[in-house]
Design a protein around this ligand. Structure first.
Ligand SMILES: [Zn+2]
Length: 83
């Protein structure tokens, strides 16, 4: 796998470092936390845009939304069963 990408600041292809951070997503008044992957230039440290990493983040967000909705439905089901 190619682990270099074009850096707009260095103006050349550079090796990058992958990191993760936690971001907050707002959905219907709820805030849920989701991990996000991002890449930084090994030379200058700026964040780089890599389409493949963007795709991974879209998937991670979708998973977080789905998990959120499943948990909500399970909670609603539990509450309704209590009555
Ligand atoms: Zn750079």
């Amino acid at each position: 796998m190619d682990s270099t990408c074009f850096c707009i600041k260095c103006r050349k292809k550079v090796p990058y470092i992958l990191k993760t951070r936690t971001i907050e997503l707002r959905i219907h008044g709820d805030i849920l936390e989701c991990d996000e992957v991002f890449a930084t230039c090994k030379k200058c440290g700026i964040e780089l845009y890599i389409p493949e990493i963007n795709d991974i983040n879209v998937k991670l967000r979708n998973d977080a939304y789905q998990e959120h909705f499943i948990n909500r439905h399970v909670d609603a089901f539990r509450i309704s069963k209590d009555f």
